[in-house]
Design a protein around this ligand. Structure first.
Ligand code: E4P
Length: 215
């Protein structure tokens, strides 16, 4: 499983990228709004920091307009992947963009059926928002499991991105299911490093070393 960083914050991307464990970045209009800066400028900057797929989202809801926006964004850098909302018009745009050789990431997927439709339209990625499903009392992980099983059964090429990840347990759960990618907020990535026994172990090693280092 690969890990993408789910943020539009340049400092977070720089820090995570230095760790050498992230393979891509996902953004969305809300993450861009949090930064309060020009969208294209942020995307351009991300392409200089990460050598992997970088998702940038269109804001139109009509296929022709989405394709126009997508072409403009895709021209920024070959690593740009176009995030398209899960709508009938969105899937029309996905088909057209596929024919043009532009990669897509269908976003706001909440059911296995939606993921299946995105795959049939030829999406490169299908982004499952599991945390938001949990928020409304559904088992997000179970819905992702259904999609993983369907994709494997039919050999569908679209890669599943587990998105809307809220905590490290989500990452473990989707990794066990065999999702292709988990896109995680910076804070969750940092939480994944931590274990109290690791901290205690380091302290003990350092304290023991102090006792013998000058012998
Ligand atoms: C995915 O690509 C989205 O940017 C993101 O995971 C949404 O997560 P949220 O539910 O925390 O906003």
């Amino acid at each position: 499983m690969r890990i993408f960083l789910d943020t539009a914050n340049i400092e977070e991307i720089k820090k995570a990228s230095e760790l050498g464990i992230i393979s891509g970045v996902t953004t969305n209009p809300s993450l861009i709004a949090k930064e309060g800066r020009n969208f294209e400028e942020i995307v351009r900057e991300i392409t200089t920091l990460v050598d992997g797929p970088i998702s940038a989202e269109v804001i139109s809801t009509e296929a022709g307009e989405m394709v126009r926006e997508a072409e403009k964004l895709a021209a920024i850098h070959p690593n740009i992947t176009i995030k398209i909302p899960m709508l009938p018009e969105g899937l029309k745009a996905v088909r057209t963009l596929r024919e043009k050789g532009i990669k897509t990431n269908v976003t706001l997927i909440f059911s296995a059926n939606q993921a299946l439709l995105a795959a049939l339209a030829g999406a490169t990625y299908a982004s499952f928002f599991l945390g938001r499903l949990d928020d409304v009392g559904h088992e997000g992980v179970e819905e992702v499991a259904a999609a993983v099983q369907i994709f494997a059964q039919y050999g569908l090429e679209t890669e599943i991105i587990a998105a809307s990840i809220r905590h490290p347990l989500h990452v473990t759960q989707v990794a066990r299911l065999g999702v292709d990618i988990a896109t995680v907020p910076y804070q969750v990535l940092m939480q994944m490093f931590r274990h109290p026994l690791t901290d205690a172990g380091i302290q003990k090693f350092l304290a023991d070393w102090e006792r013998v280092k000058d012998k």
